[in-house]
Structure formats: structure tokens, C-alpha cells
Design a protein around this ligand. Structure first.
Ligand code: SF4
Length: 117
């Protein structure tokens, strides 16, 4: 069995978690202080997930900060950036507006700032 030491990033407490991994699956998780930490560790040892944050260039040249509305597999981020870089929203855009619908398996890309004309 392989032992992996992780820092939970699900909340600011940053619990130190130990996960025992066998055949690519977490067989035990300890150190988490809530169920979110257990789920985080189980996902992290199989396929790490992260919220993608970046910015897109709007029509007219202004940059708009955006993020995915749910975590996505870290190994998908580079290929999804090609799609994101090809999108140029027309202003105005408001915080929470969907910039790309269903970017990846039901996860949307949303604006994190209101940008007017
Ligand atoms: S295990 Fe729970 S309390 Fe600890 S950092 Fe993760 S989410 Fe926060």
C-alpha cells in the first residue's frame, strides 16, 4: 500500500490528511475533520479536481475574469483552455453570467466580475 499525505483545500482549515492507496483507490482516509475532506482525498488520489480560474478577452479588448462553477479534472485544464481562449464575450457581462455553457460534463464557465461596455 502507498501512503499519500495531502492538505485538504476544501476550506481554510487546511487539514492534513493521510490516505492509504491500493490499486489507485483510497482504502482509508484519516486526518479529515469532516466528510468533505474524505471525499476530497478519495478524488485527489484517483483524479485531482480543481476550479479553473482564468480570464477571457472580450470583444473590444477588455479582459473578463472567469472560473468554472464546479471543480474539473486537473488533467483536462490545458485542453479546455483552448476552448476558453477561443471565446470572446460581448459586453456587458455580469458576475455569475455563464460565459461558456457546459464547458465540461455539465460544468459551466462563469464571469466573476461585472464588466460594462
Ligand atoms: S477536512 Fe473538512 S474541515 Fe478540514 S480542511 Fe477539509 S473541508 Fe475543511
Amino acid at each position: 500500500m502507498q501512503i499519500k499525505n495531502l492538505t485538504c483545500v476544501e476550506c481554510p482549515m487546511g487539514c492534513q490528511i493521510e490516505a492509504g492507496v491500493e490499486n489507485g483507490v483510497a482504502v482509508y482516509v484519516k486526518g479529515n475533520t469532516c466528510p468533505r475532506g474524505k471525499l476530497y482525498a478519495e478524488n485527489e488520489v484517483v483524479r485531482p479536481l480543481r476550479v479553473l480560474t482564468t480570464s477571457v478577452k472580450c470583444v473590444g479588448g477588455k479582459m473578463l475574469p472567469v472560473k468554472t462553477d464546479k471543480p474539473i479534472p486537473r488533467d483536462m485544464m490545458l485542453s479546455l483552455m483552448e476552448t476558453i481562449n477561443g471565446v470572446h464575450p460581448t459586453l456587458p457581462v455580469h458576475t455569475g453570467d455563464i460565459v461558456i455553457n457546459d464547458l465540461y460534463e455539465g460544468v459551466n464557465l462563469i464571469a466573476t466580475k461585472t464588466e460594462l461596455n
